[in-house]
Design a protein. Structure first.
Length: 167
């Protein structure tokens, strides 16, 4: 498996391949709603990459896309991240590699904070966040949506580390 930046010219193939590799349950957890197919407008948004305010990384196995991580600017120095990993590759380290690549890319692009929304029932993603983004903060946004916020220049205190390990 390798992870690399995804370019706009190849984004359509990668988005289609990953979307079709997601079960209905995985699509629900990713989009927070049942999504049986990608509409033209959804596909346009997912493939709209400019290299700075809208960037993506792709995980590949034998040149086949198996996961995508996206970073979308939401402010001058903040960006939202999102992930999708095809079902056969879930819980095999792909999400970890995508998040790490997005964090490195965000730091290179001079973003100070990453954030994303996760359904409370998406325990595998919440475990990934706790493991890969130490010091991430969770706040309840809606009924079952948690906002994950992660400062990229964050220095974890001893007390916060102990609290995070207990969590």
């Amino acid at each position: 498996m390798r992870v690399r930046e995804l370019h706009a010219a190849e984004a359509g193939h990668a988005v289609d391949t990953v979307f079709h590799g997601l079960s209905p349950r995985s699509r629900y957890l990713r989009f927070h709603a049942p999504v049986p197919r990608l509409t033209a407008s959804m596909r346009r948004r997912l493939t709209d990459l400019d290299g700075h305010r809208k960037v993506a990384v792709v995980a590949e196995s034998h040149r086949t896309p198996i996961g995508i991580g996206r970073l979308i600017a939401t402010g001058e120095d903040t960006a939202e991240i999102s992930l999708a990993v095809v079902d056969p590759w879930q819980r095999r380290g792909v999400g970890t590699e995508l998040v790490n690549a997005l964090a490195r890319l965000a730091a290179e692009l001079r973003y100070d904070e990453l954030h994303g929304d996760v359904l409370g029932e998406n325990q595998p993603m919440l475990r990934l966040v706790a493991r890969v983004l130490p010091g991430a903060r969770l706040t309840r946004e809606e009924d079952d949506v948690l906002r994950v916020s992660y400062p990229l220049n964050y220095r974890l205190t001893h007390e916060e580390l102990v609290a995070d390990l207990r969590w």
